[in-house]
Design a binder for this molecule. Structure first.
Ligand code: ADP
Length: 626
């Protein structure tokens, strides 16, 4: 190309261009340079170009230009040139050597490309990123922008908590380059790729071990489009959903336990019902007194079991809702042992277990609810019997140790695997379920034990050497100081001698229940009549003039409370003893029946001993003469 053509070409391009000799002296500038700088061809020759360079950059530029001149290496640098308006603009400056055939440098040509727009665009991008950073830094979610090669363009600072890496460590890198687990990279690349390809948002869930431990995350990946609607980048918002996952799992577990519990409950309730029904049939068909006696004993045992199941169920709901109020008094734990052993005796005898009971010769006082503590001990004793093979051994000891009263029940039964020991006190837990399924139970007994003991300020502990090694349950209760005379130790419920004949009215809409109770009372030597509604009760009472009324509360029509109030208001029945007989036994229920005029509140199924106590009370009081 001749010199003229070269100049024409050099004047046609938008860049500022120049040509210099081998030593770096300027020979010629194109029109763009002259226009921009305001210099003339003459005034800019040689090294005069320095006048338009920004002073703070000049030394470096001159030094690099000299180096290029001596090495022959091209020069490439971003620098600022002053325009004729006095303002500096950024340029990308490039200088290249021109060589002859022998390779010797004969000249240099160069260009300055105005990059003002590019720099401004980059600054806008940086500003946008800074804004995004400021915005996302306040969020616990991790926000990330990816390019087509799945490299991070932006990551919010929440990423540090999840990975221990600063956001800057992510920039320009893919997950794989960052050393993330390979299966996680596969998952992400597939999802990112699909968003780039289809432009459709995607959701992703994954697990990742953070410095704080294993966590669950959920990500939403959405496309970011350019001005032409093409997917330029994708944005991913990642949320830590560990707490939600744990909560969901807990709900699922609770649901599963509830289902299992209901299945077990149905099974467990049916278990004692079967022998009771068979027993009834045997009683109907046998006239053998000995056999009848045996069947009755067995039916009684099954009934006791059924009642305990239902009691436990009620207790669970009362205790969990905080409704159990302990009736605490100074009690001798030896008496609690007597009551519990008496209750468990039938089961222990049936399994031919040897039970030894070792108690101190002097009272062991605690401040407690005698009934509840007896319940605690009978649950533990019952388990010992349930989970010990026939002919096994159960040792019960009571000791005073410093400030504590220590009850211990040791069996030589099936034992409990050590890793499952902590679970036995959990509600619905049946640790040896597969092993002792046939033993039955609802898995609530020990949960009740624990809560009741804790309500007494004590603690309970299970020990076992493992399967086949037997188990030991130890209850620790705060002991009271020993004094010789207890003030108000509990009286054990006992069957009182039969009282003189009374007129008794039984009111219950469960006709069988009413008739059977009336029959029982007749058997005890009283005159009794059963009616099945509140209306009938009021009618009958007016003529029968009962001294004692057992009245169900949940009656259709006139409720038991109304019956109570009406009878109390009746002039001739002013002295009648009213006993509420109901399935509801909470303090609130008792308060209500008292308010309606009832003297006593018994919970169904009522024990003979309790019945006798009421009868005895009436006989010993100033009851009107028959
Ligand atoms: P369950 O109604 O199943 O007996 P509990 O709450 O009373 O429920 O006991 C929970 C679990 O603890 C039982 O299912 C049983 O696996 C285990 N367990 C309790 N007592 C003993 C014991 N003395 N020996 C062996 N295992 C026992």
């Amino acid at each position: 190309m001749d010199a003229l053509n070269f100049r024409m070409l050099a004047n046609a391009i938008p860049q500022l261009a120049w040509m210099g000799d081998a030593n770096g002296g300027m020979l010629w500038f194109n029109d763009r340079w002259l226009e921009y700088t305001g210099q003339t061809q003459e005034s800019s020759l040689g090294w005069a170009w320095q006048a338009v360079h920004r002073p703070d950059e000049l030394a470096d530029t001159v030094e690099r230009w000299r180096r290029s001149l001596s090495t022959g290496q091209p020069l490439r640098k971003v620098l600022h040139l002053q325009g004729s308006d006095g303002k500096y603009r950024p340029f990308l400056s490039i200088a290249n050597p021109i060589r002859d055939e022998s390779g010797a440098i004969v000249a240099w040509i160069g260009t300055h490309t105005d990059i003002t727009e590019q720099v401004a665009a980059e600054e806008r991008l940086r500003a946008r990123d800074r804004e995004l950073q400021a915005l996302t830094d306040t969020s616990p979610d991790v926000l990330a922008r990816f390019d087509r090669h799945f490299r991070h363009l932006f990551v919010s600072s929440a990423v540090t908590q999840a990975t221990n890496l600063l956001p800057s460590a992510f920039l320009g890198k893919t997950n794989r380059e960052l050393g993330m687990p390979s299966d996680l990279c596969d998952l992400w690349e597939e999802a990112l790729g699909s968003v780039f390809e289809t432009g459709t948002p995607r959701s992703l869930e994954f697990s990742y071990t953070t410095p704080a431990g294993p966590c669950h995350f959920a990500s939403r990946i959405v496309p970011e489009r350019d001005a032409y609607g093409e997917v330029e980048n994708v944005l991913a918002v990642t949320q830590d959903i560990t707490a939600r996952k744990i909560a969901e799992q807990a709900v699922r577990d609770a649901d599963r336990r509830k289902d299992e519990f209901l299945a077990t409950l149905a099974h467990e309730l049916r278990n004692p019902l079967a022998p009771i029904r068979t027993g009834l049939e045997v009683l109907n068909s046998t006239s053998d007194a000995k056999e009848s006696e045996r069947v009755r004993t067995m039916m009684g045992r099954q009934l006791a079991h059924l009642i305990r199941l239902v009691d436990d169920l009620l207790d669970v709901s009362r205790i969990t809702s905080g409704k159990v109020v302990l009736k605490k008094q100074r009690i001798d734990l030896r008496e609690v042992i007597d009551v519990a052993v008496e209750g468990c005796r039938p089961f222990i005898d049936a399994a031919k277990h040897t039970l030894t009971v070792a108690t101190p010769p002097t009272p062991v006082w605690v401040d407690g609810d005698a009934t509840r503590l007896a319940q605690v001990l009978s649950n533990i004793l019952n388990n010992a019997s349930k989970y010990t093979s026939e002919g096994g051994r159960i040792d019960l000891t009571l000791q005073r140790q410093d400030d504590a009263a220590v009850l211990q029940v040791q069996d030589n039964g099936y034992g409990i695997p050590p890793e499952l020991l902590p679970d036995v006190f959990t509600m619905f837990a049946q640790v040896n379920r597969t092993l002792h399924r046939s033993q039955g139970g609802l898995g609530i007994g020990l949960a009740l034990v624990k809560r009741l003991v804790e309500k007494h300020g004590g603690k309970v502990e299970a020990r076992s050497g493992g399967l086949g090694q037997g188990s030991t349950f130890i209850v620790n209760l705060p002991a009271l100081l020993s004094i010789d005379e207890p003030n108000g130790s509990p009286t054990k419920p006992s069957v009182r001698p039969q009282s003189p004949a009374l007129r008794v009215l039984v009111v219950d809409d469960n006709e069988d229940g009413a008739d059977l109770l009336a029959m029982l009372l007749e058997g005890l030597g009283h005159h009794s009549v059963a009616v099945y509604s509140g209306e009938a009760a009021l009618e009958k009472a007016a003529v029968f003039q009962p001294q004692l009324v057992f009245c169900d509360i949940g009656l259709p029509g006139i409720s038991g409370y109304d019956v109570g109030r009406a009878l109390r208001a009746h002039a001739q029945l002013a002295n009648v003893m009213l006993v509420a007989l109901t399935g509801w036994g909470s303090e609130e229920d008792k308060r209500q029946s008292k308010g309606a005029g009832f003297d006593h509140h018994l919970v169904k199924p009522v024990e003979l001993a309790a019945l006798n106590e009421v009868l005895a009370k009436l006989s010993s009081s100033d009851a009107p003469a028959t």
